[in-house]
Write a protein that binds this ligand. Sequence first.
Ligand code: NAG
Length: 210
Amino acid sequence: MSQIHEKSPQHCAKKKLININKHHKKLFYTFTTFILSLLLLILVIWFILHPTKPQFSLKEADIYQLTLSRSHLLNSSIQITLLSNNPNQKVGIYYDEIQVYASYKGQQITLDSSVPPFYQDYKDSNLLSMVLVANGLPVDPSFGYEVGRDQMAGRLVLKVKANGELRWKVGTWVSGRYRFNVNCVAILPFGQSVPSGPLTSKGTQCSTII
Ligand SMILES: *[C@@H]1O[C@H](CO)[C@@H](O)[C@H](O)[C@H]1NC(C)=O
């Protein structure tokens, strides 16, 4: 004689009902999870597409030194002040890494200078001041000739470039890293005589690429 575990048919029916309920619950949870995931995905995509890229401007650039040795080794000292601005209403920016250098006629004329990582709240701005230098940096033999030509023209065109990585912050959600490039063109008046002070340029808008 086999043992009957179920005490009564009624109990059996109850169990089935529970099973159906469980099944419905599972379906309900799956459906809800699916809808929520979809909404979250739409939200994330919207926020990724939505942020406006940060704005940079070169408040000031001063060339203190730009001397070339006979063996085409350059000593340079350029002080710059970059204004960084987050134009977004609801999106904060983590700047994980920014490398800044100066370039002249497509040639890097200072070493990279790193800006320590910082967080920029929405609608916030930061001033980044630094001295870009090089000591005995090898440059193309045409460098001296190009500077001479610029002096004849009365202006020196200098580029300040920044490369870095940023992350967007929306509420508590933080995006992955995005590379960005900043390009500023400074035009410095450059007279025929040896200047007494530094060559200075003020207020240049920069372009940002993400
Ligand atoms: C560059 O700097 C080094 C070290 O400070 C110095 O020895 C050299 O003469 C400088 N070169 C020029 C062209 O001023």
